[in-house]
Ligand binder design. Structure first.
Ligand code: IVH
Length: 666
């Protein structure tokens, strides 16, 4: 290796680690994404030129890999214990008395937020991340190092030089609210189960077997506990400040307190203000600051005697259960909803609470007029968590889950292993029919923006439409007599419907509402099969061979097209002139035949859309994610570091725009 190149590799790694730290830990980037990507590009190129210089902790490795992770079990050097819990002021004061009695001298506490995620133990050797291990049973956990390497705020190599040669640091991996919402939205679109809360999402993410998928999850990590035989100072608080200098993300909310009164003030402050934080906390952790005093206090079998957690109460209120409604959703799922006597809870008046499914009604043996306890936990919709049986009226009527659909009276079914009941009358049950039409006209589907939910209700109740195809036979004369329908609105509606005929096939496919076929799945199907005709005759094998399509979705598609009523509906839509094929580009050459090309970054001569068309026009396949099957990565300006390093890792040749132009013109 040329000496200059090896020096440059070291320099680039340092530069990138530093910019990464500024971006993820300090949230204060110093250079533009473009400049960052340029440095990353240079490093990726050099590393690909000198594979012998590979390093698992290089900043190029944060993208993860497609290789199956195997989670080896690793024994913790220091067991990962839990914390004793307290729930009120008296219990906190009792803890303080115990500490005072043992220490019999002055001491201070450090108060910290209690993050609600998945705990992780990181081992660093000579400034490099060596292992990341989950808590497991406290004695041994899973080695999830490859996954943890993808978390931007965890340093792979440390800053400075004055860190211990070998140490462990523990903290919490979590998903901030925004990332959690984004993740669940994506999962919903893919027809996958959503996570109940950010904690489950974070711990689930650490256990994904493919680290390149983990890299896509916006995980973050706060560190709160430094362990080792040579700690920098005797103060836990000061040690964490040192850790911050080494590049770790240390919470700025930590506070040293010199009395239990100060501790109680900290708790009170965060009990009121915790909802302003961009992530979940479920309490406060109180730790004795001096390490020597911590050692003096020691541990019980389960937890340290020098620390305790205070758990926030989920906000609760008692109110009366007035009645239970049963709602039918677009998919036919029945949700019981409790109507409550209005009660003020955590800033809002609560009148309704979700009962989710039958199990909760049975669990609490709910009766009408019961005094119930409502709780607003991490979830937005309040839930019933208890009943005061003493207040039950003697002749109270038991709440019974319905047997038949409240809308169409069809007998409900409960699929094996599922908690929800469904109304199977998909095509004859009003809320399901209306729900399907509302989905069809929505922005991401046919985008009929002058039609809204209310208009659909109106058209449906006036018997002008009974399914999506009926929209295309509506006339202006039918619309005008409707309530609050002016000439202009009627014109707009007719235009919207007309324009929807040009909406691309993939969005039509999403709009027809095949169960589990979200926007992304529809796009993949449209790309793979090219037309409704092909898709409707697709085999199970060809379906599951399609990107991101598994058994559940494949079966649902087969089911949809085997239904004769659906076939009639599809025939009608075809007759009305909707788009039944993906747009094909004119074939200009076969220069790229058999090649899959991914274009990334800003190109000089082509827009994002154009480059896809050009690749296809020359017989190639334009792909959107890198895999072993990809033939070339066409790298433009400002190309994302993830794509570049992935290409290098998989040994995929990287070409410039000039190379590409030569290929198509030759
Ligand atoms: S210290 C020996 N500090 O709470 C004590 N834990 O119930 C080590 N947690 O497993 C833990 N925030 O996952 C500590 N600021 C914090 C924390 C924290 C959240 C979690 C951690 C631990 C659990 C204990």
């Amino acid at each position: 290796m040329k000496e200059k190149d090896s020096e440059r590799i070291v320099e680039l790694r340092q530069l990138l680690n530093n910019h990464n730290y500024k971006y993820y830990v300090l949230s204060a980037p110093e250079i533009s994404d473009f400049e960052y990507d340029q440095l990353m590009h240079e490093l990726v190129q050099l590393e690909s030129k000198y594979p012998e210089y590979a390093d698992a902790n290089s900043p190029t490795q944060r993208v993860g890999s497609d290789l199956n992770n195997e989670f080896k079990q690793v024994k913790h050097k220091y067991p990962m214990l839990s914390l004793g819990n307290t729930y009120n002021e008296t219990e906190i004061r009792d803890f303080d008395l115990r500490v005072a009695k043992t220490l019999n001298t002055t001491y201070s506490y450090v108060c910290e937020l209690k993050y609600d995620g998945a705990s992780i133990s990181l081992t660093y050797e000579k400034g490099n991340l060596k292992y990341a291990v989950t808590r497991g049973d406290g004695e041994k956990g899973d080695d999830v190092t490859n996954n943890v390497r993808t978390i931007g705020s965890i340093p792979l190599t440390l800053k400075g030089t004055n860190y211990p040669e070998l140490f462990e640091i523990r903290g919490e991996v979590f998903l901030p609210h925004k990332g959690f919402e984004k993740l669940n939205k994506e999962r919903e679109e893919l027809g996958e189960n959503t996570f109940a809360n950010p904690r489950n999402a974070a711990s689930g993410s650490l256990k994904i077997q493919n680290s390149s998928l983990v890299a896509k999850r916006p995980l973050d990590c706060y560190l709160y506990y430094l362990l080792g035989s040579e700690l920098p100072t005797d103060s836990h608080f000061d040690n964490l400040q040192r850790c911050r200098e080494w590049g770790f993300k240390i919470p700025t909310e930590n506070k040293r307190c010199n009395s239990i009164e100060e501790v109680l003030k900290f708790i009170e402050f965060w009990d009121t203000n915790r909802r302003q934080l961009p992530y979940d906390i479920d309490g406060i952790v109180i730790k004795v600051d001096s390490i020597a005093q911590q050692e003096q206090l020691g541990f019980t079998a389960k937890s340290p005697r020098w620390a305790i957690s205070y758990k926030f109460k989920a906000e609760q209120a008692a109110t009366k259960l007035l009645s239970v409604d049963f709602q039918v959703g677009r998919t036919g799922a029945i949700t019981p909803v409790a109507n409550l006597e209005p009660v003020f809870l955590a800033g809002t008046t609560v009148k309704r609470a979700s009962l989710h499914n039958e199990d909760i009604i049975v669990l609490h043996d709910l009766h009408l007029n019961d005094t119930v306890l409502v709780e607003k936990g991490g979830e937005i919709i309040p839930k019933i968590v208890g009943v005061n049986i003493d207040k039950r009226e003697t002749d109270a009527k038991k709440v019974i889950f319905i047997d038949n659909c409240p809308e169409c009276n069809t007998k409900l079914i409960r699929a094996e292993g599922e908690a929800a009941y469904y109304c199977p009358n998909e095509k004859g049950c009003s809320p399901q029919i209306k729900g399907k039409i509302i989905h069809f006209i929505s922005r991401k589907a046919m985008n009929m923006d002058s039609l809204g939910e209310e208009t659909i209700e109106l058209l449906y109740s006036n018997k002008l439409i009974a399914n999506i195809s009926d929209l295309y036979t509506l006339t202006k004369e039918q619309l005008l007599p409707l309530e609050r329908m002016a000439e202009k609105s009627a014109n707009n509606i007719m235009n919207s419907i007309q324009q929807s005929k040009a909406v691309p096939f993939e969005r039509l496919l999403f709009g027809i509402g095949i169960r589990h076929v979200g926007a992304t799945v529809a796009k993949n199907l449209a790309k793979a099969f090219g037309s409704m005709e092909e898709l409707s005759h697709a085999s199970y094998e060809s379906l599951i061979a399609t990107e991101e399509i598994g058994e559940k979705i494949a079966l649902s598609i087969l089911d949809y097209f085997s239904d004769s009523e659906n076939s009639i509906l599809i025939e009608k839509l075809k007759l009305y002139g909707l788009q039944f094929e993906t747009e094909k580009s004119e074939l200009k050459s076969l220069n790229l035949k058999g090649l899959s090309i991914i274009a990334s970054g800003k190109l000089e001569h082509f827009s994002r859309e154009e480059i896809k068309t050009i690749i296809e026009a020359h017989g190639g396949k334009a792909v959107s994610s890198i895999s072993k099957q990809t033939s070339y990565l066409l790298a433009g300006e400002n190309i994302g570091p993830n794509k570049l390093s992935k290409a290098v890792e998989l040994g995929i040749p990287i070409i410039t725009e000039q190379d590409f132009i030569k290929m198509i013109e030759s």
